[in-house]
Design a protein around this ligand. Structure first.
Ligand SMILES: [Zn+2]
Length: 44
């Protein structure tokens, strides 16, 4: 909690909405249905 970057991969690139914990591992956005790039996280 604190680092804004920690939830950046939880935001849909299509609609920009936050992806719930519940849907964090989903393949698509629960809001707009866009494909989520779960495996291609930038990470460091
Ligand atoms: Zn979306």
């Amino acid at each position: 909690m604190g680092d804004p970057a920690c939830w950046l991969d939880r935001v849909c690139l299509e609609c920009g909405r936050f992806i719930d914990d519940e849907h964090a591992s989903d393949d698509e956005c629960p809001h707009c249905g866009a494909e989520l790039d779960v495996s291609g996280k930038p990470g460091r």
